[in-house]
Design a protein around this ligand. Structure first.
Ligand code: ADP
Ligand code: MG
Length: 582
């Protein structure tokens, strides 16, 4: 179905080509460069018989009159068993394999199969010959790690069909035929375990979208207790450079109670990404004891890779997420950072000479951000199962200015806002999520579920949010009038808020026990802390009060780093109980 056009002009990674015939928006094209390379590109604008193409590769050596191949297809991802444990670039090239084949300095125009064609999978058929099927119906399954990877009638299959053949239980590659179906016109289609789906079109093969009401437990106290995220929900983590976004994302990717984690490392410096890649395979899954990679897919585009592939990478990531959601699994997509993705949009928009919006971002920035986050969601599938994609994206505004368009555009569409500040990271109050500025609409939305864990939970959390604000007010006043001008009662309020911050909101990422708290542990320890904070603290003077709180802080920190219900845990708890009795 492909046909040829010609390069008319080139500007950075944007090429203008002439064509005869019809070309569609977002169509995949290849530029045939003089060195024999075929450079993957995407049609981004059509004007008469000219179109603009963004090239996903370095564009040196492209000349006027070079031929352009229009494929007629949209940019797609390959879906099938074998996605887990992979490290892909934004166009789904398997990076480790590419490096093996082409050396460490990746050659442009080298593409490899995203899914291994030679690997055999243990297929168990579940569909029966003679039954009627349509897109998204299940043909059988193969084990992939700890999951039953469902094999579907391709989501792009149009109309109804009847199964005429199903492969027996056995070992097959992703390109072997596992079923044959006859469509309504009598045409036979051979189906494999492999299918393709265009990355920019949401996969909508479900019965209905559900209101996200199940907590996604990240293990991070300030998030789960104060600013929770729902399964199928969205959150953004804006923060200036060095405030701890990447560390926080990595913690979440390690501990969150999702089935599948997709990490989209987008446009960060190569060094940081390499660190992630080096570290990840050695990390242990706290739920299974196996390696974390078994439930992880990494999509990575460093700042040194071409920007257009960066633009594609988050769509590639979310499409893979939607695919696993179709199996009734909970998927968590972590995108770090969406600002780099937005910069890719800005660059292309500039080359297209579109009328710029705020800070030279395209006017459609907000709607692109919204479209991306809308791909998150909890859904009820046609077979009654429930699955979901949650998205947590970081934003890195220059200078930590949250008024800029990407932060504002994101904040308008997400369900939780976890703002990191320099004030907190400089004071080494990690995670540097600022409790005065962050919010989550899921605290109310998930009330029913949270109340099942503890009927008082939501009320209690809200009450303590007020304490944080009261403590901050006293602190601000104290900064002006000094400690002498502050009453003892106000001073104790301030110390209580500080205690809550020090032993609950802050969490030591580098302590094996403290790094991760189950929701049961959070509820238990917060209840205890609430008793302390609710107690009338008797003190002679401010120094006496300070001394009491100093003791409490170290006691509770010791409790935090003791394993759940261990001997140490019991010992510290007994000391806390003594304090409460006294
Ligand atoms: P960003 O991605 O926002 O630029 P990073 O996540 O790379 O920032 O964090 C920068 C540094 O801050 C880290 O190298 C680490 O020293 C420190 N840091 C971040 N989060 C934590 C944490 N939870 N505990 C201790 N130190 C942290
Ligand atoms: Mg970072």
């Amino acid at each position: 179905m492909s046909f040829m056009g010609k390069v008319v002009s080139a500007y950075g990674n944007m090429v203008t080509a002439s064509f005869e015939g019809s070309v569609r928006q977002n169509e995949l094209a290849y530029i045939h460069a003089a060195d024999g390379g075929k450079l993957k590109s995407e049609v981004i604008r059509i004007r008469g018989n000219l179109c603009n193409i963004q090239v996903f590769e370095l564009t040196h050596g492209i000349k006027v009159d070079d031929s352009v191949e229009f494929t007629g297809d949209l940019l797609v991802v390959e879906l099938g068993p074998g996605l887990l444990q992979q490290v892909y670039d934004g166009l789904q090239n398997p990076l480790p394999k590419l490096a093996q084949a082409a050396g460490l300095f990746l050659k442009r125009g080298v593409y490899m199969d995203p899914l291994d064609r030679s690997l055999k999978w243990d297929f168990t058929p579940t569909a029966k010959v003679g039954s009627a099927v349509e897109a998204g119906d299940i043909l059988g399954w193969v084990p992939e790690g700890k999951f039953e990877h469902q094999i579907f009638v391709p989501f792009s299959f149009i109309g109804r069909a009847r199964i005429t053949k199903v492969a027996g239980k056995g070992r097959y590659t992703v390109v072997d035929t596992v079923a044959e179906v006859e469509d309504e016109s009598g045409k036979i289609h051979a189906l494999t375990m492999l299918q393709q789906w265009p990355i920019k079109i949401p996969l909508r093969n479900y019965e209905e979208r559900l209101l996200p009401i199940e907590p996604l437990v990240t293990g991070c106290r300030i998030i789960d207790s104060f600013f929770p995220v729902a399964k199928g929900g969205t959150a953004c983590i804006p923060g200036p450079f060095g405030s701890g976004k990447t560390v926080l994302q990595q913690l979440i990717s390690r501990y969150a109670n999702a089935d599948i984690i997709i990490v989209a490392a987008c446009g960060e410096r190569a060094g940081e990404v390499v660190e992630t890649l080096r570290e990840f395979p050695h990390l242990e899954d706290p739920y299974t004891g196996k390696t974390l990679m078994e439930r992880t897919v990494i999509i990575c585009n460093t700042s040194s890779m071409p920007v257009a592939a960066r633009e594609a990478s988050i769509y590639t990531a979310v499409t893979i997420g939607e695919y696993y959601r179709q199996m009734g699994l909970e998927v968590l997509l972590l995108a770090d950072s969406t600002s780099r993705w937005a910069q890719a949009l800005r660059e292309m928009s500039g080359r297209l000479e579109e009328i710029p919006g705020e800070e030279a971002f395209p006017a459609y920035l907000q709607s692109r951000i919204a479209e991306f986050y809308e791909r998150a969601g909890a859904v009820r599938l046609k077979n009654g199962k429930v699955g979901g994609v949650s998205i947590i994206g970081t934003v890195s505004p220059a200078g930590g200015n949250f008024e800029e368009p990407v932060t504002q555009g994101t904040l308008a569409v997400v369900g939780a806002f976890l703002g990191l500040t320099w004030a907190r990271s400089n004071a080494r109050r990690f995670p540097a999520i600022d409790p005065l500025m962050s919010w989550s609409k899921y605290l109310d939305q998930m009330k029913e579920k949270l109340d099942q864990i503890d009927p008082e939970w939501v009320r209690m959390i809200k009450e303590h949010q007020k304490l944080i604000f009261s403590g901050d007010e006293v602190k601000k006043r104290m900064d002006v009038v000094g400690e002498e001008g502050t009453s003892l009662a106000d001073f104790i309020t301030y110390l209580k808020a500080e205690l809550l911050d020090a032993v609950y909101l802050q969490q030591n990422a580098f302590d094996n026990v403290d790094a991760y708290n189950t929701i049961e542990r959070q509820v238990y320890s917060f209840r205890k802390l609430a008793l302390i904070l609710g107690k009338d603290i008797v003190a002679k003077d401010k120094d006496d009060a300070r001394c009491t709180f100093f003791g409490l802080t170290s006691l509770l920190k010791n409790w935090n780093s003791s394993a759940w219900q261990s001997e140490d845990w019991n010992r510290y708890e007994a000391q806390i109980n003594d304090f409460l009795k006294g």
